[in-house]
Design a protein around this ligand. Structure first.
Ligand code: LP5
Ligand code: MN
Length: 245
């Protein structure tokens, strides 16, 4: 009995080794799990379900096989793939979840989220995020020709990379107060998220007792997952090529 959680794979045609690692992970690890939760930024960028890249097809087929093997798969949007919608989710047999979801795994109540909304000290990003989540703007963007959408997304990525060079590392991490507030609001002692690419297990103390915040790593150099079993919640890393770490 085990459930796996992953985030921040940033799959793209430019990183075939990461895609290969993800497909191997689905066939060798996720297929033995009760469920798989993907906590955002599965893709490097998502400009609409109609983009139809070969990579998307490959991922959809692999996730469909996982579903056929009896493993339920859930998805929370990240800041790169927040436009991933029902059409693609259906092709993958993915269940889309809201930005914050409490799940119960083997008796533990766990809050799962992408993690970007906890980075409230990054005012420029939070303003940008609010704008990007405006319904009419998304509709307008999705109505543009695919070529334009790809160009706009590339422009945003370039600007983001440029801005991030000058942001202090602390600004781009979660705000401790926001973590406590969010966990208390959901009445949980476990939080699992990604986004910051700073994998770690952080013990913390809430007014209601001891708690843990687990941050998933990205898949740039190796795979990262949280494995939840009836006995433990563990942050694990593994080689993308299947060799021992
Ligand atoms: O992603 P990452 O790790 O580099 O940085 C994030 C934050 N940046 C972003 C932006 C994404 O990288 C780009 C998203 C592309 C989405 C494609 C779909 C477009 C849909 C449009 C629908 C209406 O999320 C970064 C954080 C960092 O995490 C850490 O938390 O700091 O935040 C920023 O970089 C925000 C900038 O500081 C300010 C916003 C820049 C505005 C860019 C507009 C330029 C438009 C150009 C058009 C040609
Ligand atoms: Mn992210």
């Amino acid at each position: 009995m085990r459930t796996l959680l992953i985030a921040d794979l940033h799959l793209s045609a430019q990183q075939p080794l990461v895609t290969a690692g993800f497909l191997r992970f689905l066939q060798q690890q996720a297929n033995r799990a009760d469920a798989l939760y993907i906590l955002g930024d599965l893709f490097e960028v998502w400009v609409g379900d109609d983009a139809a890249e070969p990579l998307h097809h490959q991922v959809a087929q692999a996730l469909q096989s996982l579903h056929q093997a009896g493993v339920r798969c859930y998805f929370i949007h990240g800041n790169r793939d927040f436009l991933l919608a029902e059409a693609f989710a259906k092709r993958c047999q993915l269940t889309l979840l809201p930005a914050e979801q409490v799940i119960e795994l083997y008796g533990r109540k766990i809050l799962i989220m992408h993690g970007d909304t906890l980075c409230i000290d990054d005012h420029a990003y939070q303003k940008f995020r609010r704008r990007m989540h405006t319904r009419w703007l998304q509709k307008l963007f999705l109505a543009l020709p695919l070529r334009w959408r790809l160009q706009i997304a590339a422009g945003m990525r370039a600007r983001s990379q440029q801005d991030n060079q000058y942001k202090p590392a602390t600004i781009m991490d979660v705000n401790a107060q926001a973590v406590v507030q969010t966990m208390m609001q959901h009445n949980v002692h476990w939080l699992i998220h990604g986004h910051t690419h700073r994998p770690a297990v952080h013990p913390l103390t809430l007014p209601s007792g001891d708690a843990q915040r687990i941050v998933l790593g990205d898949w740039h150099d190796s795979g990262s997952m949280v494995q939840v079993t009836p006995q433990a919640v563990e942050l694990l890393h593994f080689a993308l090529d299947g060799s021992p770490c």
